[in-house]
Each structure stands twice: as C-alpha cells, then as structure tokens.
Design a protein around this ligand. Structure first.
Ligand code: 5GP
Length: 116
C-alpha cells in the first residue's frame, strides 16, 4: 500500500498538528495518545514514511524498539505502574486506524487487563 503523506501522524511529524511530546530523536517521535486507553498511554512513531512495520528499514525498526523501551520504562516509573502493554497494529484488517507505523505503550497491571 502506498504511503499517505497526509495521515495524522505525518502531519504531526511536519509540525502541522500539535502533540504532547515525550521524546524525539533522529529516527523517532513519541507523544501522548489523544484518546488514551489508560493514564499514560503513549505512542512511538518512526520518522520514516512507512505505513506498517513491514515497510520499515531494519534501522528504523530497531530505533522504534529502542524508543519503545525508553518510553515504557519512563511511563511505568512516572505512574508507578507494575507493568505496561506494548501494541503494534498492521493494516486496517488488524484494527490500525492511522496509516503510519506506530507502537502503543499502555501502563497497566494484570488486574486492569482482566477487568477489560
Ligand atoms: P491504531 O488504532 O492505528 O493502532 O492507533 C491509532 C492511535 O492514534 C489511537 O490510539 C488514537 O487515539 C491515536 N490518535 C488518533 N489521532 C490522534 C491525534 O491527532 N493525536 C494523537 N496524539 N493521537 C491520535
């Protein structure tokens, strides 16, 4: 599938839309999810124009995982959460709604997961 340069995350990367930024480096950007599934729900996106994980370069994929590690540690610590859920959806058929590759980090506990 060709990359949609006007998707919401591409617009955030270009600075056309605001976000609550948590972290940025050469390859990735992390910010708060606008409709959080739990307090501290964060997103990590690649700066590559990639729709899904399959479209990322090996370097881009590695950078996303490294930033996801950083963010998961940080949000768990900030909220004193016992753990976190990392999610990554590929394709509308899997439930992906924004066609720019991204990882979710949701601080949570087993108890919260069982309750949903
Ligand atoms: P997906 O379902 O594609 O895996 O997740 C997309 C995520 O992006 C959803 O959790 C949704 O709340 C979030 N989202 C959608 N639009 C915006 C936006 O404009 N800003 C931010 N920060 N998050 C967004």
């Amino acid at each position: 599938m060709s990359y949609d340069t006007n998707n919401i995350f591409a617009r955030i990367l270009r600075g056309e839309l605001p976000c609550i930024k948590l972290y940025e480096d050469e390859h990735t950007l992390s910010f708060m999810d606008i409709m959080p599934q739990a307090d501290g729900h964060a997103l990590i996106i690649s700066k590559e124009p990639a729709t899904t994980l399959h479209d990322l370069s090996p370097e881009g994929a590695a950078a996303c995982i490294q930033t996801t590690q950083k963010i998961a540690r940080a949000v768990e610590a900030a909220l004193d959460a016992p753990g976190s859920l990392v999610m990554q959806l590929n394709g509308a058929g899997a439930g992906q709604t924004v066609p720019h590759v991204h990882f979710h980090v949701v601080p949570t506990s087993i108890g919260q997961l069982r309750a949903t």
